[in-house]
Design a protein around this ligand. Structure first.
Ligand SMILES: C[S@@+](CC[C@H](N)C(=O)[O-])C[C@H]1O[C@@H](n2cnc3c(N)ncnc32)[C@H](O)[C@@H]1O
Length: 407
């Protein structure tokens, strides 16, 4: 078999299984297991049509492995790099799953070639669900949609004749860069709707709690959270998760409604998970807190630590709580930058307020961060006190020390 681009398709058992160790470059690309399992669980609850589960850029095979664990279907992975394909084949060959697996080394765009091999080997001729996590250039901030590998438009066009498509459109999970700009998201929606008109779509912004968007995935057809078009997920290590979601008309603007509020001593503040702001679900977050729209003060816009000022602390049972990274009472202002020079003033401010352990939750260069935390623990190590955190104020360039309201 050979593909348009000259790559031959090889069923991986023909290459011999070689576990090896995934090279650094593959390790960087591997989707975390908790994310793979969460997605597979979600897909297992959708009403998927007949056919196989396809990952045409399978990498390590971790995502297919999880689908096979939760869904009793044939799972087929295609991987261009022979080394990765061997690794993927090895991973899948050791699976103890309800689904069965086939790994092909070749071009994921070659739908005809792949399906001919699949039909011969396992007798299935349609795709129930497609999952793809395309490779992208390292500089994900600036890359264009056309630089994804395999290229999305060509990939979907090639598979359109095999993928089953019901009323809502085909079941697809397009696992994309969390740094895609709004314009790029629109381009992707355009690609999907040009090839599969009328497809239901939901964007999912997923966080594992580290103060950043970990994954951005477009779910389509039966995988979409219809009628919601945007969804925030906070995923925990034990596999549990919390969700916020909204329809198009409930979304707010990511950019407006940030008054740069000057935090006062005594204010109750919280750092919100950035998935909430990125997914434009600030209003839904407010609803879950029991606030009227616009009542919550969005004090400081930030890609990593959006800051809000609350009426009162958020209780543990609140549906909004999983989307809060830290909350506390502002106790003192540090009218200087965070530097080795200002540590003594910070430590003094903390001790005055009964705080002995400070988390740095403002911008700080990683090397300096380490030096500062070492120095702080030297100064305050033996002092008994509460925990706190340091944030950037919304209205000034000052830093605010906050005392945790929990723990
Ligand atoms: C982001 S990685 C996928 C990682 C995977 N989700 C995992 O957890 O290991 C994208 C993969 O697509 C593969 N790839 C790129 N172009 C391809 C093509 N045309 N056909 C098949 N695989 C391709 C790359 O070699 C890379 O392994």
């Amino acid at each position: 078999m050979s593909t348009e681009r000259g790559h031959s398709l090889v069923e991986i058992s023909e290459l011999g299984l070689d576990p090896g160790v995934p090279k650094q470059e593959l390790r960087r690309l591997i989707t975390p297991k908790s994310v793979c399992e969460y997605r597979a669980l979600l897909a297992s609850k959708a009403s998927l049509p007949e056919g196989l589960i396809l990952d045409p850029a399978a990498g390590s095979g971790g995502q297919l492995l999880a689908y096979g664990k939760y869904i009793s279907k044939h799972c087929v992975g295609v991987e261009l790099s022979p080394e990765r394909a061997k690794y993927c084949g090895y991973v899948l060959s050791r699976a103890n799953s309800t689904g069965s697996f086939m790994t092909i080394c070749g071009d994921g765009i070659d739908a005809h070639g792949v399906m001919a091999a699949v039909k011969t080997q396992i007798g299935v001729s349609s795709v129930s669900m497609l999952h793809v996590d395309p490779a992208r250039p390292m500089d994900t901030q600036k890359h264009s949609v056309s630089e994804m590998q395999p290229p999305l438009a060509k990939l979907l066009e090639s598979w359109s004749e095999y993928i089953s498509s019901g009323e809502q459109g085909p079941a697809m999970a397009l696992d994309l860069s969390p740094r895609l700009a709004g314009q790029q998201m629109s381009e992707i929606e355009h690609i999907v709707t040009t090839i599969f008109p009328g497809t239901a779509m939901t964007w999912e912004w997923l966080s594992r709690g580290g103060g950043r968007v970990d994954r951005l995935c477009l779910h389509t057809g039966p995988l979409a959270h219809t009628p919601s078009v945007s969804k925030s997920v906070r995923l925990y290590n034990d596999g549990s998760f919390s969700v916020l979601h909204a329809r198009e008309e409930e979304l707010d603007s990511e950019d407006s409604g940030w008054p740069n509020y000057e935090v006062m001593e005594g204010d109750t503040v919280a750092l919100v998970d950035p998935v909430v702001t990125k997914s434009r679900l600030r209003g839904v977050f407010e609803d879950r807190l029991g606030y009227n729209r616009g009542e919550l003060i969005w004090a400081k816009k930030s890609d990593r630590r959006p800051l809000v000022v609350l009426r009162e602390e958020i209780r543990p049972g609140s549906e909004a709580r999983p989307f809060v990274m830290a909350q506390g009472k502002a106790v003192g202002r540090l009218e200087s930058d965070l530097s080795m020079m200002s540590i003594d003033s910070l430590a003094a401010l903390a001790m005055e307020n009964g705080i002995s352990n400070i988390q740095i939750r403002c911008s700080c260069e990683p090397r300096l961060h380490k030096r500062i935390t070492n120095r702080l623990s030297k100064i305050m190590g033996s002092v008994d006190g509460m925990s706190g955190f340091l944030i950037e104020d919304g209205g000034t360039k000052d830093l605010m020390l906050c005392r945790d309201v929990e723990k």
